[in-house]
Design a protein around this ligand. Structure first.
Ligand SMILES: *Cc1c(COP(=O)(O)O)cnc(C)c1O
Length: 242
């Protein structure tokens, strides 16, 4: 799997990763959070395997994908044992099996039926699947995610599932240019996370913040940001919006 692209191209992905890390470090500092308390998920959906290899060779290990078939094809081409694959897209119930078999994390669980299928389909020879509940903080009818008031029941179900580990919450907020509004939405999820965490000590991950809103998310207490565009460039087809 020798990279065929020019060295300049390699430097580009490495440099973009480096600036993503620098951006996170600056936001941590400004928000008075400990250095390296926020991890980076590189969102490689729609992008060729070669770009994932470039990022891997630059030292990156956590990658996020949104489309099941595309993701499984890539995972099979990259049998590196130390890549941590996160599924972050909408989950249809007929697609839970390949997710349960190929990923180590799923960030987009929003109902019990899906959690139940993932639990039953997670192979016994693999560690339990790490699960984040996707929460609809804006309670925007057009957005996906579990309504805030239903999170406790879903959390309890996941916590009771032998082949799942409840690791935390994820959100995609409604789009807005209003920074204060964004921080308020993200802070609402942080509060929900802190409350649940007292009951479920396995919860350690609050996934919020994308290319457009990293600073607001970190200010509000994100522990993981998911960046696609700023690392791999613009995509030709749209991001997850049902
Ligand atoms: C596509 C996607 C991202 C990355 O978005 P960018 O704006 O490209 O950084 C993050 N999270 C989810 C759930 C996504 O679907």
């Amino acid at each position: 799997m020798t990279p065929q692209l020019s060295d300049n191209y390699m430097v580009t992905i490495a440099e973009r990763l480096k600036s993503a890390y620098a951006r996170i470090a600056l936001a941590e500092k400004k928000a008075q959070k400990p250095a390296q308390s926020v991890s980076l998920l590189a969102v490689s959906k729609t992008k060729p395997v070669q770009l994932i290899i470039d990022a891997y060779q630059a030292g990156h290990r956590k990658f996020g994908e949104s489309y099941v078939q595309e993701a499984v094809d890539k995972i099979k081409q990259l049998p590196h044992r130390d890549i941590e694959w996160h599924f972050i897209g909408p989950i249809q119930s007929n697609k839970t099996k390949p997710i349960a078999e190929n990923f180590s994390w799923v960030q987009s669980v929003e109902r019990i039926k899906i959690a139940d299928r993932l639990n039953k389909q997670r192979p016994n020879n693999l560690l339990p699947l790490n699960v984040l509940i996707q929460v609809n903080i804006s309670n925007d009818a057009a957005k996906s995610g579990c309504p805030v008031e239903e999170v406790p029941e879903l959390a309890e179900f996941i916590a009771q599932s032998r082949q799942l580990t409840l690791r935390g919450l994820m959100t995609i907020p409604a789009q807005t240019d209003n920074e204060a509004e964004l921080i308020a939405s993200f802070s609402q999820l942080r509060a929900c996370f802190d409350t649940l965490k007292t009951q479920y000590p396995s919860m350690d991950t609050l996934s919020m913040g994308m290319s457009g809103d990293v600073e607001a998310a970190i200010t509000a207490g994100s522990t993981m940001v998911r960046i696609g565009t700023d690392i791999f460039g613009a995509r030709d087809y749209p991001t997850q919006q049902h």
